[in-house]
Design a protein. Structure first.
Ligand code: 8X3
Length: 252
């Protein structure tokens, strides 16, 4: 009997990462949950196991290259890597944005994805049928005022996905980019506004049904479970009420 294929999900402690881990487990993968917050991923792994699926938790900071390399030694063969860890800090204009925020966003979104992808690429290739998913954003494809360092970092991830796809064509590894628009999760906007829940709530004010983490997990799971020769290069997903980063229908 073939071994259960393994899927590593980074940033699996909440939001899109947690929802993706649940759905990939239900789709038949043994999921390896990584995030900095060990208690959360342990609890999620227990929940997934309780539901009759396979899961393990591994505390990991994707910006710590030595820790990522150590983590990667556990895998000789890997089916799927979902690079989800990342996020936004601040919504200041370019004129006044804090360079420390820009640096941190580049570090978590771009270098974090680079670290884990580089470390696990040999195992993905060795599987004979590997898939790298990069969770970017519609902020990776066009700018918006106040997008600042987040827009810049997400554009970086988009280019990383495109370049990697060009470079590894001919190897048995797909590179899939999923670019969600407005997704209401418990943490994204609150983190961006440093705990200011009022400002965070305004992001979604009057929007009829922003996407949920589960909606995005659904698109990731769909893309990952297409036949091996089908590469969903780029999947843009927005709520019906959003036509672009700045064109959003609100009933206020
Ligand atoms: C999240 C979408 O519009 O906040 O990646 O940049 S947005």
């Amino acid at each position: 009997m073939a071994a259960t294929p393994i899927a590593v999900v980074t940033g699996a402690s909440s939001g899109i990462g947690a929802a993706t881990a649940r759905q990939l487990a239900a789709a038949g993968f043994r999921v390896v949950l990584t995030a900095r917050r060990e208690d959360r991923i342990e609890a999620l792994a227990a929940e997934i196991i309780e539901a009759g699926h396979e899961a393990t938790a591994y505390a990991l900071d994707v910006t710590d290259r030595a820790a990522v390399d150590e983590f990667a030694t556990a895998f000789r063969s890997l089916a799927v890597l979902v690079n989800n860890a990342g996020g936004a800090l601040g919504a200041d204009p370019v004129a006044t944005g804090d360079p420390a925020d820009w640096r941190q966003m580049y570090e978590t979104n771009v270098i974090g994805t680079l670290n884990v992808t580089q470390a696990l690429l040999p195992a993905l290739t060795a599987s004979g049928d590997g898939t790298v998913v990069i969770l970017s954003s519609t902020a990776a494809l066009s700018s918006y005022e106040g997008g600042g360092g987040y827009v810049a970092a997400k554009h970086g991830e988009h280019v990383l996905a495109e370049t990697l796809r060009l470079e590894i064509v001919g190897t048995p590894v797909r590179v899939i980019e999923v670019a969600p628009g407005m997704v209401r999760t418990e943490e994204f906007a609150t983190t961006r506004f440093r705990g200011d829940t009022e400002k965070a709530a305004k992001v979604y004010a009057g929007v009829d049904a922003p996407l949920t983490a589960s909606d995005v997990a659904d698109t990731i799971t769909w893309a990952v479970t297409r036949p091996s020769h089908v590469n969903i290069d780029l999947l843009v997903v927005r709520p019906r009420a959003q036509a672009s980063n700045t064109k959003i229908h609100r009933t206020l």
